[in-house]
Ligand binder design. Structure first.
Ligand code: 26W
Length: 791
């Protein structure tokens, strides 16, 4: 392959050529299975599921593909013989950051699991030229740099020009009656965009299934090349900008026109290509819902609903009732957040000028909804739930009204949707609501990221767990086996030493692998309460300053977090953490008992390094706010002990491991809602009445923390004087007590390792294999390999 691609042999080649040669080899190795999978789906007319998501946060794919193909060890060995280190060349691959955080990474775990469980299910999204920004710290401030992940090419994708489709924007539309009596649209002055698909094989683990991730790129249609040069360049730039860059906002909606264009672009292209493919099977459009399921990952692809209606009405000439019936049966929707600032709603003007025909259809869906509900429900409820209201199109309402299934992503989250956030809808459509607790793939997050642990588990209980993760429960038999517990400790120690090397190399901070590695890795958001973590660190610092002999086990607090570029408060928190890190890490009197490591540019690849090295998993969001969380699952699977509020999937983690093996603190969701109701939370009182907390908070404004006056002042005010929206001060004491408990438990190595072991043993249910099987069964109604993972 090296010779074919670069006309050179191994001895002359460098890492980059070796990487691309191997990548090409792997791609051709799976090519046969890729086409035979497609042929099989076609021949057997299998019902297929399409997971529509604005984001797929894949991470590097070389090792994961080798693992899933079952050739990781062979290739590693073969390369070694040639004097090549596989670990070195996998680093060459750019980490495609085509997502922000949890929602995007979930989509990546799901497609891996669908292929593994032999579910005919594919991804559909956007081939962003620039992924999520690269984060750099300059003087402790976050600076965003472009992430040009395609610069050196992408071995995994195949451009399929022959499958390109056209997506139209703008223009004027009117309906005219045809001779057959159909009312069909006529368009004038539309802007046509060519959507070109790039397909990536999604390889199942240990089987012959290869599904497809189809990502769309926006290009100028060929006929436009005839126009004058400058107009051509301008138009090309405008069109290509559609798939240029991923919006870096996580849970923060902004009604930007380009974002709406992106949403419609990949929705329309995806649905057109699904229908085209469906028709190739020679089936009548009337049976579409028997062969196609479309899943809407949060509301970002909610335009799937009017777009499918448009195609069924305007292209297939179905009547409204019939088309609507098919649409509802095809569509299903997952909600990923209750944060009100994340709810998408587009101004009518924007949507009606950009997508005139789609807007007509949305209006008609809304009109019919109001008409139908009038006889059944109060006007208040109808007004609160209709799609078009207050000059906006509400995307969540569209998604709910147009889908047969609406799910939350953890039991608690689904309960809150039903009882609070979507209560009106729950009363209207009770049977549409269901829960699908998130999951993670054990292949990337244990088998690849933590090879020593994988080996140990295999030694103890065999390798059935690799396919059926609940088999990890067999580890419980070793809970009192000192030797196993010591081996577990040894592995953690190795992983920590490994990560410590990275920290020294990348950040020039020396950390002691015998310290507690306390990890909080997730987007920076006020509700996730990185501040609570920081206030506790400041407390420990003050304790040590007052009495250098304060008896605490040394700790390394590890943070990884990007802030949305426009989220000023989150960026201030980053700066504050970095300033506190400066203060503590350079204070010799602290005697290395405390260290803060804020790693730059947290993403999938860094997560793979950090998670195996974690002792403590910080899951400390304000109860009710974190829909599920998934780093909580990855960390427990790698033997970290969870320090958590009863939020999201933390509740289910507690149910699995038992209260003795997780440290829970803080307000419950019920208490939070009670506070909202009676308005009785006054954060200032906590400042006034709690001397320890007061002293900690004063460090934000009294000059203790170097070079963060503005940030310290703003954050102090938000907590003390402006209401403390996420109850940080309320939960402070309980958090400090919980941390003390951690300190105590850690000093008893056997007790600690037993907790770690029970966490690993209990993590089995959180395999995304089970999650996608539940989607396949309960929502999509697609068939899969019968023995794929037994629950
Ligand atoms: C329009 C702006 C925007 C962007 C992203 C709004 C909302 C989002 C996502 C829904 C945010 C997100 O990633 N949510 C996370 O989804 C994970 C997977 O279900 C959950 O584990 C996290 O708790 C949830 O915050």
């Amino acid at each position: 392959m090296l010779t074919e691609l670069y006309s050179m042999d191994v001895a002359q080649s460098e890492d980059t050529e070796q990487y691309f040669a191997l990548g090409n080899l792997v791609r051709s190795y799976c090519a046969k299975n890729w086409s035979s999978t497609n042929r099989l789906y076609m021949k057997k007319e299998k019902k297929q599921a399409y997971y529509f998501s604005m984001e797929f946060l894949l991470g590097r794919m070389l090792k994961s593909n080798l693992l899933n193909l079952g050739i990781l060890e062979t290739v590693r060995g073969g390369l070694k013989e040639l004097g090549i280190d596989l670990e070195k060349i996998v680093q060459i691959e750019a980490d495609p950051g085509l997502g922000n955080g949890g929602l995007g990474r979930l989509a990546a775990c799901f497609i891996d699991s669908m292929a593994t469980c032999e579910i005919p299910g594919h991804g559909n999204g956007i081939r962003f030229k620039y992924g999520l920004f690269k984060q750099k710290f300059v003087n402790g401030y976050q600076v965003e740099l472009p992430e040009n992940w395609l610069q050196n090419g992408n071995v995994w994708e195949t451009r399929r020009m022959n499958m390109a489709v056209t997506v139209s924007f703008y223009g004027k539309v009117w309906l005219e009656e045809t001779v057959n009596g159909y009312m069909l649209p006529h368009y004038e002055n539309t802007e046509r965009v060519l959507a070109v698909p790039y397909d990536t094989p999604i390889i199942g683990y240990g089987n012959n299934t290869v599904n497809t991730l189809r990502l769309w790129s926006a290009e100028l249609p060929a006929q436009d090349e005839a126009m004058d040069y400058w107009s051509y360049i301008q138009r090309r730039n405008r069109i290509e900008s559609i798939s240029e860059v991923l919006y870096p906002d996580d849970s923060n909606y902004e009604g930007r026109l380009l974002r709406l264009k992106q949403e419609y672009f990949f929705v329309s292209a995806g649905i057109q290509s699904i229908i085209r493919h469906y028709k190739k099977m020679g089936l009548s459009i009337n049976h579409l819902a028997e062969k196609v399921a479309i899943h809407i990952n949060d509301t970002h692809p909610a335009l799937c609903i009017p777009e499918l209606m448009r195609l069924l009405l305007d292209e297939e000439h179905l009547d409204w009732e019939h088309a609507w019936n098919i649409t509802i049966n095809v569509m299903s929707y997952t909600n990923h957040t209750i944060m009100s600032e994340a709810l998408e709603k587009w101004p009518i003007d924007m949507i009606s000028s950009l997508l005139p025909r789609v807007y007509q259809i949305i209006s008609e869906i809304d009109r019919r909804y109001v008409e139908k509900m009038a006889a059944l429900h109060s006007t208040g409820k109808i007004e609160r739930t209709r799609i078009i209201e207050g000059g906006h199109v509400k995307m969540a309402h569209l998604a709910i009204i147009g889908s047969h299934s609406i799910n939350g992503v953890a039991k608690l989250h689904t309960a809150i949707l039903k009882e609070k956030v979507l209560h009106d809808f729950f009363l209207i459509y009770p049977s549409r609501f269901n829960n699908k607790t998130n999951g993670i793939t054990q292949r990337r997050w244990l088998m690849l990221a933590n090879e020593p642990l994988r080996e140990l588990i295999n030694e103890k209980i065999g390798n059935d767990w690799e396919k059926t993760l609940t088999e990890l429960k067999m580890l419980k038999a070793f809970r009192n086996d000192e030797e196993t517990l010591k081996e577990l400790a040894e592995i953690k120690r190795i992983n920590k030493a490994h990560f410590a090397e990275y920290v020294l190399d990348a950040l020039k901070i020396e950390v002691d692998p015998d310290a507690i590695f306390d990890v909080q890795i997730k987007r920076l958001h006020a509700y996730k309460r990185q501040l609570l973590n920081l206030l506790h660190i400041l407390k420990l610092y003050l304790d040590l300053k007052e009495d250098p002999k304060t008896d605490i086990h040394p700790r390394v607090f590890i943070f990884g977090a990007k802030a949305a570029p426009s989220y000023t408060y989150a960026k201030e928190i980053i700066k504050l953490i970095n300033s506190v890190a400066e203060l503590i890490n350079h204070d010799a009197s602290i005697n290395n008992k405390l260290k803060i490591v804020f790693i730059e540019n947290y993403g999938v690849s860094l997560a793979e390094k950090i998670i195996p090295a974690a002792d403590v998993s910080e899951q400390i969001s304000l109860a009710s706010k974190e829909a599920s969380g998934t780093s909580n699952m990855k960390l427990m699977l790698n033997g970290a002990v969870t320090l958590a509020t009863l939020d999201g999937a933390n509740v289910e983690i507690r149910d699995r491991v038992g209260s003795e093996n997780i440290i829970i603190f803080g307000l419950t969701d019920k208490e939070v809602y009670q506070y909202y109701q009676d308005g009785s939370y006054h954060s200032h009182d906590y400042y006034e009445n709690n001397p320890v907390l007061q002293r900690v908070l004063n460090t934000l404004i009294d000059g203790t923390i170097p070079d963060a006056e503005t940030e310290g002042r703003d954050i102090f005010n938000s907590l003390v004087n402006y209401g403390d929206e996420y109850f940080v001060l309320r939960d402070f004491d309980e958090y400090v007590a919980a941390q003390k408990k951690i300190d105590k438990l850690y000093r008893d190595p056997l007790t600690w390792q037993r907790m770690a072991l029970i966490n690993i043993a209990g993590a089995g249910v959180f395999s995304s294999d089970y999650t996608v099987l539940q989607y396949a069964n309960d929502i999509w109604d697609v068939a899969y390999r019968p023995d794929a993972g037994e629950l």
